[in-house]
Design a protein around this ligand. Structure first.
Ligand SMILES: Cc1cc2nc3c(=O)[nH]c(=O)nc-3n(C[C@H](O)[C@H](O)[C@H](O)COP(=O)(O)OP(=O)(O)OC[C@H]3O[C@@H](n4cnc5c(N)ncnc54)[C@H](O)[C@@H]3O)c2cc1C
Length: 393
């Protein structure tokens, strides 16, 4: 296909990956991001699957070891801290900030427009016009909506695709290695370390620090702890921050209610192995993200395409959310290259990416249910290995 004009709405990892790829193919691409400042997420960790790394490694020429931390074991602990299971397995872990900064550096600064919140859009047979909250308008051949779990575009185009609470939230935190006793860092630095107990599990892994350093001693130890809450009053209370404001999906570091933060720290001390409880204890500010499933039955709507979490939002148990968003971008660029017309390209793209979203959602629901509902996780079960298309891949 000839190059076209494309507006990408949402300038996080999914939007930026797609924008870079489409720009590389000669399309005229502009990114519109709601946030008025470059995005900051205090560096939370992500399992760094190959699809997320692919642009930075293959196109930007970065070494995977510059942008992530490798671990060589999957390890499960007993409550008393002894090893229940250990298997050799290579994972890479990075942080949201590290990947965002690198991708942002690959895109044209004057085509990355901050402070542009999409509030409306209208399309004709061959163009789409967006309106932003600052009064700006943009018209292009294609709108790629990469506006995340709360997507305005999805709400308009797929009103039936409501988010469904999974029944649990992720309690999270990061601690500088330097703030932990050396023996604890030593036990945690070469592995993803799990502890699984009644209707819950926690996982711990090393990540680059906020400045992106991956040097031993500079890194952070990151944890993600899945804990169950009832939808309704129980969840409302948890999501009500220290100032009494009911947050929508997450409560950021420093804003948790003191009561809930104290409960989580006490539970960590009482129920988790000492080495993991020490990480929770040393974390300055805990924060939470609630876990939702979102499923769409279409991703392309004339001149608008939904990408990443704006289409399917999946539970984090495959560590594949950013990888799915990136894969949506790679597949879109390839469809635009290979098909003679935009409609055909979007049709082919939608078929493959709907299948990917559905299979990932089903797999992550199953893994989540085994941990949080039926308590049937078996350490070493190959189904539990992270992966985008299937466990391990
Ligand atoms: C607990 C937890 C753990 C996770 N762990 C992992 C992991 O290990 N590995 C992994 O790959 N993924 C993980 N994920 C998933 C991952 O964070 C998401 O899948 C990923 O961030 C989706 O990227 P995205 O670009 O589609 O959307 P987002 O990152 O949500 O970005 C959406 C962007 O759109 C902007 N925006 C929103 N509305 C508008 C608007 N109206 N106009 C303009 N801009 C707008 C937002 O400001 C934001 O910048 C995890 C998620 C959770 C909750």
């Amino acid at each position: 296909m000839e190059p076209i004009s494309i507006q990408v709405v949402g300038g996080s990892l999914g939007g930026l990956t797609a924008a870079c790829l489409l720009r590389d193919d000669g399309h005229d691409v502009t990114v519109y991001e709601r946030s008025s400042r470059e995005l900051e997420e205090r560096g939370a960790g992500i399992g760094f699957l190959s699809a997320t790394a692919k642009y930075l490694v293959e196109r930007a020429g970065l070494d995977i070891d510059e942008i992530s931390v490798a671990t060589d074991h999957i390890r499960y602990l007993h409550r008393d801290g002894t090893v229940a299971h250990d298997q050799p397995h290579r994972y890479y872990f990075s942080s949201w900030n590290t990947v965002y900064r690198r991708l942002l550096g690959c895109f044209d600064a004057d085509r990355y427009r901050l402070g542009h919140e999409l509030v409306d859009f209208a399309q004709t047979a061959d163009s789409v016009t967006s309106t932003f909250s600052n009064g700006a308008e943009a018209t292009s051949d294609l709108l790629v909506a990469a506006d995340g779990i709360g997507s305005m575009a999805r709400a308009r185009l797929q009103p039936r695709a409501q988010r469904a609470f999974a029944g649990y939230v992720a309690w999270r935190g990061m601690v500088p290695e330097a703030d932990l006793p050396a023996p604890i860092v030593e036990q945690l630095a070469d592995a993803i370390t799990y502890f699984v107990y009644a209707n819950s599990h926690i996982l711990v892994y090393p990540i680059p620090n906020i400045a992106g350093s991956v040097a031993a001693g500079d890194r952070l130890i990151n944890f993600v702890w899945y804990r169950n809450y009832l939808d309704g009053g129980d969840l409302d209370d948890l999501l009500t921050d220290a100032d009494g404001v009911r947050r929508e999906l997450s409560v950021p570091p420093g804003a948790m209610s003191a009561r809930h933060e104290a409960e989580a720290r006490a539970t960590a001390g009482a129920r988790l192995p000492g080495v993991i409880a020490a990480v929770v204890d040393a974390t300055e500010d805990l924060f939470i993200q609630s876990i939702y499933d979102i499923e769409v039955d279409a991703m392309s709507f004339g001149r608008v395409a939904l990408l990443g979490d704006a289409a399917f939002s999946v539970r984090p148990h495959a560590a594949a959310g950013t990888a799915k968003a990136a894969d949506d971008g790679w597949a879109l660029a390839s469809a635009l290259r290979n098909e003679p017309h935009l409609d055909a390209a979007l049709g082919a793209w939608e078929t493959s990416q709907l299948a990917l979203g559905r299979s990932l959602l089903a797999r992550t629901r199953d893994v989540g249910s085994r941990s949080q509902v039926t308590s049937t996780w078996v350490p070493g079960d190959p189904d539990l290995i992270f992966g985008l298309h299937r466990p391990g891949d």
